[in-house]
Design a protein around this ligand. Structure first.
Ligand code: G4P
Length: 283
């Protein structure tokens, strides 16, 4: 997928976010559990200040279980409510309702004191492209829900999905642009496939991934491809090419093909559940 961000897109996305955020009580922020910091845009903290916050560690099925726990604690310490979810299978999704009520307790209490009963919490899903916003909304809202946008008296042009009597969701998610604080962030986004793959070559990405895997998940490459991890990274890539028959004409090794294979195995979880950054490495 190609996500090139131009200033025009960013300005438009930001303006929409600023408009929509006025209408809601709760921000449901999706991050990619494999890179929870690199996949978020910290501007959301300023944009969503005064709003309740629920952070969802999405694609937690692809991330390291131990790391998921640590990241949950990390965001909780920052004052957010947090859940691990897998929007594709729906795992973790049911628990959201209870947590929304908990997160918005103050608001519900405030409403009650003013004599307002049963006013639903209004929420908006936000996240960078490809983090899983549409998949999440489909999974969370399901097919049974009713759209409330076209009823008279409802904010014009806005579609709200009524999940139950206590929660409504804006049906269009807020798109945040990734923030490239440094090259490392760009690399991680490219590795999970959230960025244009053309920015760095496949072989270069594979070499960097091999580096991270050796450091964090020693044995994973050996187990999947039967390669010796003591070798130089590029040699390991060549070994993968050899073992998997990635060849050009004349028996020359096709390392670009081996790189694509490795990246695909990583992205689809075939190398195991892998997280590429940990809270104690916070920049
Ligand atoms: P977006 O709206 O934020 O841009 O993201 P979108 O929902 O389109 O999801 C991007 C990709 O991430 C999709 O895969 C989707 O299936 C996958 N995905 C979303 N949530 C999860 C999750 O919790 N776990 C896993 N493993 N994958 C998730 P795709 O390959 O682009 O499409 P498809 O082949 O699944 O249809």
């Amino acid at each position: 997928m190609n996500y090139q961000w131009y200033p025009g897109h960013m300005t438009k996305a930001r303006r929409m976010m600023e408009e929509n955020i006025k209408l809601i009580d709760l921000v449901i922020e999706l991050v990619d559990a494999r890179i929870p910091l690199a996949s978020r845009n910290p501007d959301i903290d300023a944009l969503g200040k005064n709003k309740f916050r629920l952070v969802l560690l999405n694609k937690s099925d692809l991330a390291d279980e131990r790391a998921n726990k640590l990241w949950k604690e990390y965001f909780e310490e920052k004052g957010s409510y947090v859940l691990e979810v897998d929007s594709r299978s729906g795992s973790g999704i049911k628990a959201i309702h209870g947590l929304v009520q908990k997160a918005c307790k103050e608001k519900i209490e405030r409403d009650r004191k003013r004599g307002i009963l049963n006013r639903p919490v209004r929420a908006m899903v936000v996240g960078i492209p490809n983090v899983g916003k549409s998949t999440f909304i489909n999974s969370f809202a399901g097919k049974a829900c009713t759209k409330t946008g076209n009823k008279p008296g409802v904010t014009k042009g806005k579609q709200w999905i009524r999940l139950n009597k206590s929660l409504e969701l804006l049906d269009t998610p807020g798109i945040l642009w990734p923030k490239f604080e440094n090259q490392e962030v760009g690399l991680k986004l490219a590795l999970i496939g959230s960025m244009n793959d053309n920015i760095i070559s496949g072989a270069e990405m594979a070499v960097r991934l091999i580096d991270m895997l050796k450091e964090r998940y020693g044995g994973a490459l050996q187990q999947r491809y039967g390669v010796e991890e003591e070798k130089e990274n590029f040699e390991i890539l060549e070994d993968i090419a050899r073992k998997r028959g990635c060849l050009l004409r004349g028996e020359e090794l096709n390392t670009e093909k081996a790189a694509a294979l490795l990246l695909d195995d990583f992205r689809s979880g075939r190398l195991g559940r892998i997280t590429l950054e940990m809270p104690d490495e916070e920049r």
